[in-house]
Design a protein around this ligand. Structure first.
Ligand SMILES: O=C(O)CCC(=O)C(=O)O
Length: 296
């Protein structure tokens, strides 16, 4: 049982901000030793990209990557590659925060580390996670564990406040899923974008329907962000169990219990079909975009 009271980690004001804006930052979820450990493990994983030529189930490589000068854009599902990341997903302070924001039954359905390295780390075009994995209800969010300070100038996460209560936007181009909203062909006021910043060890939590993205990191400072995608135990993926089997499904519960009675709420859904021309990661999906918002 989780000994921490959820309201000791996420205050009433923070919960209210999450509900109102669709995102919130909570400081000091992880301590400096946790962050140091994750950096060490991440450095080992990144070192393994030397000599690689192509993306695979672990690495998503920057366009400027070469086997001699490795540049990793993303580590895919880090918790499947090192136990430290599975352990951190169950950190008592994180579980307490998630319990406050989603409820006691919590499932981890995906994870990644977007490295956004100093000087070149790639942009992520505007999108809603909901467009990638619509569920029977929208009690889902992405946690962004700040492994480095996320500042105004190292390509912080950007969120359109309140957009989690709005429509689900078209994420298609020429009839295929591309994992991005066409910035020139929608009614979103991009000038309202808020920068999500915080010290290493803080976590951002953004609602699955919130519109978000981020620019390239042209600063001299890394912005390593570990993302955990978490759903309520009774939210079921509209596209089924995807690659998981029942046993993996059970093992992906972070707290509480799964439910065989999906809770349904009215929420606007668009399916990510037909699948993207380039699969493997959001960066690959978006690589074919004709209209971009962020410079690359
Ligand atoms: O790393 C970022 O700034 C954006 C993360 C994101 O939205 C994603 O990878 O889906």
């Amino acid at each position: 049982m989780n000994a921490l009271r959820p309201d000791a980690v996420v205050s009433d004001a923070q919960l209210e901000r999450y509900r109102e804006n669709g995102y919130v930052v909570v400081e000091d979820v992880f301590g400096s030793q946790d962050i140091q450990r994750m950096h060490e493990v991440l450095a080992e994983l990144v070192a393994g990209a030397r000599g690689r030529c192509e993306n695979d189930s672990l690495y998503d490589l920057e366009a400027s990557h070469t086997p001699d000068q490795p540049r990793v854009r993303r580590i895919k599902n880090p918790y499947r590659h090192h136990p430290a990341f599975a352990e951190m997903a169950r950190h008592p302070r994180l579980i307490a925060a998630l319990t406050r924001l989603i409820g006691p039954d919590l499932r981890l359905h995906g994870s990644k580390i977007n490295l956004k390295s100093a000087d070149y780390g790639a942009a992520v075009e505007w999108h809603q996670d909901w467009a990638f994995y619509p569920h029977t209800n929208d009690d889902l969010l992405a946690v962004g564990v700040m492994l480095d300070d996320m500042t105004e100038d190292n390509g912080p996460l950007l969120v359109i406040p309140g957009s989690h209560r709005g429509p689900t936007y078209d994420h298609h181009q020429d009839g295929r899923f591309v994992g991005a909203i066409d910035p020139a062909n929608c009614d979103v006021d991009w000038s309202r974008a808020a920068k999500v910043t915080g010290k290493a060890g803080s976590c951002s939590f953004h609602h699955v329907r919130a519109i978000h993205g981020s620019s390239q990191n042209t600063s001299g400072k890394d912005r390593h962000l570990l993302l955990y995608e978490v759903s309520a135990g009774d939210a079921w993926d509209m596209l089924g169990m995807r690659e998981a089997n029942w046993q993996e499904y059970l093992e992906s519960m972070l707290a509480g219990a799964p439910s065989l009675e999906p809770r349904q709420v009215p929420a606007p859904i668009r399916l990510p079909l037909p699948t993207a021309e380039r699969e493997g990661s959001i960066y690959e999906n978006q690589s074919v975009l004709k209209n971009r918002f962020f410079e690359s």
